[in-house]
Design a protein around this ligand. Structure first.
Ligand SMILES: Nc1ncnc2c1ncn2[C@@H]1O[C@H](COP(=O)(O)OP(=O)(O)O)[C@@H](O)[C@H]1O
Ligand SMILES: [Mg+2]
Length: 282
């Protein structure tokens, strides 16, 4: 289950709440952060690592962070280990050099990601992804398709991936990941939005792009729906009306998806500007 959407809409809040609810229902759940700027650690009170860490007080729930730099180093080690014995020290150091750029870092994160999707021996009933804002996530989700096609048409591989042997080793994994992503019985996209036009527009574009990638099992979560409790409060009522208008104007493609609305939680906090209307009025 992938939670995607604009920054600040509530991906971390809703993915954590969903993972906790599934764990409470007795399932084995892995919550994965692919967002370097995630505050999942604060939210769950646990230090994030590149391997699953059980969340104290939440039986059945573990959390994992895909950290790009750690993933890149692990990837380099794996490729180099394969070359050992058949390559000279100079060749190995040339490959290490080749594998130290941004492309390798992206691919390495992606590699960790596909391992989660493709490994049939995973002990989890559910894997919940708290993803980075939409653009990054689209890129991540498009890679299995992009690389599977690339591998089918290329014999030599891309230099940022290391020698060809390392690449071929991954091909089966990419294909399995692609199959899992495009199987509606396995993968669900939750388009998280707010009752505002900007966030809804971004969700609609993401929906179309993900559909093109074959990820058709989508639903929306409208977070932070505000209800004025004091009907004499003109500002609160105006905020509620703005939200209702934005939801009415939601594009048909989004209207057609199953949807859940999540209310604005009453809050006494004054320190979350992204959520100002709710914090101030809720
Ligand atoms: N339904 C809600 N009611 C009140 N506050 C919320 C709600 N959902 C999210 N928030 C607050 O809004 C802020 C952004 O939420 P977060 O889940 O971190 O968004 P994202 O992960 O999409 O960037 C946080 O301070 C969070 O506590
Ligand atoms: Mg977040």
């Amino acid at each position: 289950m992938f939670f995607t959407g604009k920054g600040g809409v509530g991906k971390t809040s809703l993915s954590s709440a969903t993972a906790l609810a599934l764990a409470d229902a007795g399932r084995q759940v892995l919550l994965v952060s692919t967002d370097a700027a995630s505050n999942l650690d604060e939210m769950l009170g646990v230090e994030l690592r590149n391997s699953p860490v059980p969340v104290p007080g939440a039986t059945g729930l573990s959390v994992l962070n895909i950290d790009p730099d750690t993933a890149a180093e692990a990837y380099r080690q794996r490729v180099l280990a394969q070359m050992e014995g058949s390559a000279t020290a100079d060749e190995m150091s040339a490959v290490r050099e080749q594998l130290s750029g941004a492309c390798t870092t992206e691919i390495a994160s992606f590699d960790e990601f596909t391992a989660l999707l493709a490994d049939p021996a995973q002990p989890w009933d559910h894997i919940v992804f708290d993803t980075a804002p939409t653009g990054h996530t689209l890129r991540l989700l498009s890679l299995p398709k992009a690389w599977t096609g690339f591998l089918a048409g290329n014999d030599r591989g891309a230099s940022c991936l290391g020698p060809h042997s390392g690449l071929k080793m991954q091909e089966a994994r990419f294909q399995a990941a692609l199959a899992a992503l495009s199987d509606p019985a396995k993968s669900t996209i939750v388009l998280v939005t707010r009752p505002d036009r900007g966030a809804i527009g971004e969700a609609a574009r993401a929906s179309a792009d993900l559909h093109d990638l074959g990820l058709s099992n989508q639903r929306t979560a409208v977070n932070g729906v505000f209800h004025a409790t004091d009907r004499d409060d003109a500002i609160a009522c105006a905020i509620e009306a703005l939200g209702a208008q934005a939801l009415e104007a939601m594009p048909d493609t989004l209207q057609a998806l199953p949807r859940v609305d999540v209310r604005c939680a009453p809050s006494t906090r004054w320190d979350c500007p992204r959520f100002a209307p709710c914090c101030f009025r809720g």
